[in-house]
Design a protein around this ligand. Structure first.
Ligand code: ANZ
Ligand code: ZN
Length: 946
């Protein structure tokens, strides 16, 4: 018997596929199949380390999808190329004194060979490389379109600077305050930078997510990054000063609770207020301290906030007309909103923390709606409003809490409560209530328990409905001294002491305030009902927002967190920015005929200490003529970031060799949008967002037919080292896919990669599991060696085959590759035990072929097929075959057979019982009777006991 020898099979088929070009996408009209399908994976950065075992996971995943689509009759475009500009190559070139072009060539050659050995069905005839001048000519051309449309501009910017890489970083490239590449803490530097105005597209980038099929977490993280925020701008007058302080708030409904204002320490208003600020010296010191902190240090919730009051400056709350203090603090950023806020400590966690620390007023203005209690309001009864206290009293001696158990026609169990007047001191009122109801005299006030609870209920003794705002307060007994309780109170309720962990279950009211005891954060940030807000009381927050903005003369305003994109780098290995600086004409774009502007060869790639690009040192290149006035000009020496080339590469694949345009519009129209794009999560807020932005811009220029580039986006999890650590060269735990392919074969490797776990989850490499995949293929091989010609397939196996065809097809569509593989494993187990004929075996090979294309083609060929299995027609399942067998079940009632029902063999016990009880005959006997018990004996009978 022939042995399964992957070394013989795989190279042979790879050559044959390549020679026949079976994976080449056909141009429109050149294919019998005119339904196109564009599947895309992120093209790799060809690093010196070569292909890592994590790279192929998405390639194989989308390969399985693409192969299936081809077999289903689609004209599939599944391309690959190299995103080859970037720092690692440049740094390597510096270290070894080689030209980055040479390094790139070596690396891409290696990557190509590695990828080809895995048998991915890429259309290699469309390979692209972002560092190829024929490619970056068009990246430069596209940049000029941005420039012409005022979407590219130069600005002095405080940028994130990595002192180690000597490079400016976009916000997206700063991770936890450090450089994404090397981890060095990022500094701030003022620099002239090229910017792309992505913020002009912020709203569309957010809104149009509704129209695409991205995984929900991908949409959410894009939305979050764009950070659309609908709110209002409101002006606060400064007492005795002409300037006003404008704040941005998403909660204008809380303005009655704004007890102070905060400006960012960089706020431009500060200069003008200088004369009024009594403690200017301290303030100045504080400002220079804050400048040293990063944005993340300043805004993360877990960092303690600092600030300083601007003594002598007072603002006027336009809702209450009261004077409130003005502070500067690190937690307010100059770059967001208006750079100043109205602080509402009652309803914002950061303000609450700050107000607690600096002893500023906390005022609650949004009551939390209490869940409906045991006594909901009754129809037709009048509503009476109360402002009330809800008191929790703890005896520190035994830790128990003082509660009331009500008498008379009610089962109420409550804390001590009582109505209070608007003007009354809430703590004093509470002490009075506690004394009247329980007799305890000496109470120590500990804590307010957050925002009031807004409750609606029926008061049985008063026979009326109540709407009440309950203010929670927490006291402790100073001692147990107590007076006699009046008879009137005694007749209403008993006084009881309850252990802490029984309080919640004891109470018939909502225990929400009780849970707040001892908590640090007592701000309430959600929606609710307005209180302490004058004529707006009892409105809900949503209604109040509109009315409040009008009331204080504010303006509705939408802001975004997204910032414009820093689009220049002071490094060598990137696309030169094709403009000339002319003293007379300013910034002049190169004419199209001068593109590409080639990256000149230099002797030294080292970035300069001054932060200039190495290109700045090549005088011959820098000094040029102004394209407009022909006077002397200087070339721009910054280069583009490595995100430039990848922002449009998927368009180039549709027409990779076009020298007249970035791609022929007809070809773009045929192939785009991309039908399915899979990529890494780490690109969600970078490449994915950037390329959507470029695409929308091109759409506006009518250069592409759709406003969204990708119809569907999914992502894959990382591959970790055995043991769960990240694979890294320094840890010596990197797996080279070529070793695996050499030892076990590309098919085993592919199958294993698909089988190892859910595609979207991170998973650790496991040598033993790949051996399992190899064994599985050996069994498939062995079955293929049987004489399959004369026999008939076992009926049971045939059914399982059809079910498996259905399942594998559906699983591939849903990226459940692992369950597709395990279904085929179950099927092969069954094949081992039973007979299968040739035609059924071939169907199985076909569904296996996207996963193990080499082996499948070898066996397909051995069974007499001339053309590749990979372009055969995807098998259809017989829908009659996938129906489960039906079984007759006898239905007894009290032991006598009264009916028979048909159920499916795969029905669960629950389903069978339900069907039995719904049977017409059974219903006749059970109608109006109580069913005591139902007993089911699997596959045979059911007995209903009445
Ligand atoms: C008053 C208020 C009351 C706020 C309340 C929140 C809750 P998002 O949703 O992220 O857009 N804010 C505004 N500008 C800021 C800045 N430059 N630095 C720091 N914080 C700033 O957040 C908007 C809210 O963040 C705004 O609404 C403002 O606080 C704060 F119960 O205003 B709010
Ligand atoms: Zn000029």
């Amino acid at each position: 018997m022939k042995q399964y020898d992957h070394l013989k099979i795989e190279g042979k088929w790879q050559k044959k596929w390549e020679k026949e070009g079976i994976y080449h996408a056909k141009e429109e009209g050149k294919s019998k199949k005119n339904k196109k399908y564009y599947s895309l994976v992120e093209f790799p950065y060809p690093s010196g380390e070569g292909l890592h075992v994590g790279h192929p996971r998405p390639y194989i995943g989308m390969d399985v999808v693409s192969r299936k689509k081809r077999m289903e009759g689609y004209n599939v475009l599944y391309p690959i190329g190299w995103d080859a500009f970037g720092l690692p190559t440049e740094n390597y070139a510096i270290k070894t004194g080689q030209d980055p072009r040479v390094v790139t060539k070596k690396n891409t050659d290696n990557f190509r060979k590695q990828i080809k050995s895995i048998g991915i069905s890429f259309d290699w005839s469309r390979e692209i490389n972002t560092t190829d001048p024929k490619y970056y000519k068009w990246t430069q051309w596209l940049f000029l379109q941005f420039l012409k449309n005022d979407l590219a501009y130069k600005a002095k910017m405080s940028i994130n600077w990595c002192p180690s890489c000597k490079i400016g970083l976009a916000n997206e490239e700063v991770v936890n305050g450090g450089c994404e590449r090397c981890g060095t803490p990022v500094e701030k530097r003022e620099k002239e930078q090229w910017m792309l105005a992505i913020t002009k597209y912020a709203d569309r980038l957010d809104k149009d997510l509704d129209e695409v099929d991205y995984l929900p977490q991908i949409k959410a993280s894009q939305r979050n990054w764009i950070g659309k925020s609908e709110g209002a701008e409101i002006e606060f007058e400064i007492f005795g000063h002409q300037d006003k302080i404008k704040v941005f708030t998403t909660r204008p409904d809380t303005i009655f609770g704004a007890t102070y204002l905060v400006l960012a320490p960089e706020h431009t208003l500060l200069g003008g207020l200088k004369d009024k600020i009594e403690n200017w010296g301290e303030v100045e010191q504080y400002i220079s301290k804050v400048k040293k902190k990063t944005e993340i240090e300043r805004t993360s919730l877990d960092k303690t906030k600092t600030g300083i009051e601007l003594k002598g400056v007072h603002a006027i709350n336009p809702a209450t007309s009261r004077e409130i203090p003005v502070w500067i603090a690190d937690y307010v950023l100059a770059t967001y909103g208006t750079g100043s806020i109205m602080a509402v400590p009652g309803h914002d966690e950061r303000d609450f923390e700050f107000a607690t620390k600096y002893n500023l007023d906390i005022k609650y203005v949004i009551a939390e709606e209490a869940p409906e209690g045991t006594h909901p309001p009754q129809a037709g009864k009048p509503f009476v409003y109360r402002r009330a206290v809800e008191c929790y009293v703890r005896n520190p001696k035994d830790g128990k809490f003082l509660l009331l158990e009500w008498k008379k026609n009610t089962n109420w169990k409550t804390p001590i409560t009582g109505g209070i007047e608007e003007s009354e001191d809430i703590v004093e009122a509470s002490k009075r209530e506690i004394y009247e109801e329980t007799g305890y005299k000496n109470l120590k006030f500990i804590q307010h328990l957050g925002t009031p609870m807004h409750a609606k209920f029926y008061h049985p003794q008063k026979d009326e409905n109540r709407i009440a705002d309950f203010y929670g307060l927490f006291f402790e007994l100073e001692n147990e001294e107590r007076d006699e309780v009046s008879e009137g109170e005694q007749s209403k309720h008993d006084v009881v002491w309850v252990e802490k962990d029984k309080v919640a279950s004891f109470l018939t009211t909502s225990p929400t305030p009780f849970y707040k005891i001892g908590k640090n954060d007592l701000s309430y940030a959600k929606e609710g009902i307005l209180v302490n807000s004058g004529k707006f009381n009892s409105l809900n927050s949503e209604e109040a927002k509109k009315e409040m903005v009008n009331f204080v003369g504010g303006k509705f305003k939408t802001t975004f967190k997204l910032r414009d994109w820093v689009f220049s780098r002071q490094r060598y290995w990137g696309e030169p920015i094709p403009v000339v600086h002319c003293e007379k004409c300013g910034i002049v774009p190169l004419p199209e005929k001068d593109l590409p502007l080639l990256l000149p060869k230099v002797k030294n790639y080292q970035p300069t200490e001054s932060g200039e690009s190495p290109l700045a040192l090549i005088e011959k290149w820098v000094n040029t003529k102004c394209p407009k006035c022909k006077g002397p000009g200087k070339r721009e020496t910054d280069t583009m970031p490595n995100w430039a080339g990848s922002s449009w590469y998927f368009l180039r694949y549709t027409d990779p060799k076009n020298a007249k345009a970035f791609a022929d519009p007809k070809k773009i129209k045929y192939w785009t949008p991309v039908d399915w794009y899979n990529g890494g999560n780490e690109h969600t807020t970078l490449h994915l967002l950037y390329s959507r932005f470029w695409h929308k811009f091109l759409y506006d220029l009518k250069l592409v037919p759709t406003s969204e580039p990708y119809m569907k986006r999914t992502s894959h999890g990382l591959i970790l080292a055995e043991g769960g650590e990240k694979m890294s060269k320094s840890k010596g735990n990197v797996i080279n896919p070529n070793d695996i392919v050499g030892r076990y074969g590309a098919d085993s490797f592919r199958l294993y990669m698909m089988f190892m776990g859910p595609f979207e989850q991170a998973i650790a490499w496991s040598e033993s599991t790949i051996i399992g995949s190899r064994r599985f293929l050996e069994r498939v091989w062995k079955i293929g060696q049987r004489d399959l010609s004369k026999i008939k397939t076992d009926p049971k196996l045939e059914k399982l085959l059809h079910k498996t065809i259905k399942k594998v097809g559906e699983d591939i569509e849903n990226m459940r590759f692992n369950t597709a593989v395990s279904a085929m494993m179950v099927l092969v187990n069954e094949m081992d035990k039973s007979e299968i004929n040739k035609s059924d075996y071939k169907k199985f090979l076909q569904i296996l072929s996207p996963f193990a294309p080499h082996l499948a083609d070898e066996m397909w060929n051995a069974l007499g097929e001339k053309k590749s299995i990979n372009i055969s027609k995807w098998p259809e399942y017989d829908s009659k075959m996938i129906k489960d067998e039906e079984v007759k079940i006898a239905v007894q009632i009290n032991g006598k057979v009264r009916a028979e029902i048909l159920v499916s063999a795969s029905d669960t016990e629950e389903e069978v019982k339900k069907k039995a009880l719904l049977d017409e005959n059974v219903k006749k006997y059970t109608e109006g009777k109580e069913i005591k018990k139902v007993i089911y004996i699997k596959g045979r009978l059911i007995n209903i006991l009445l």
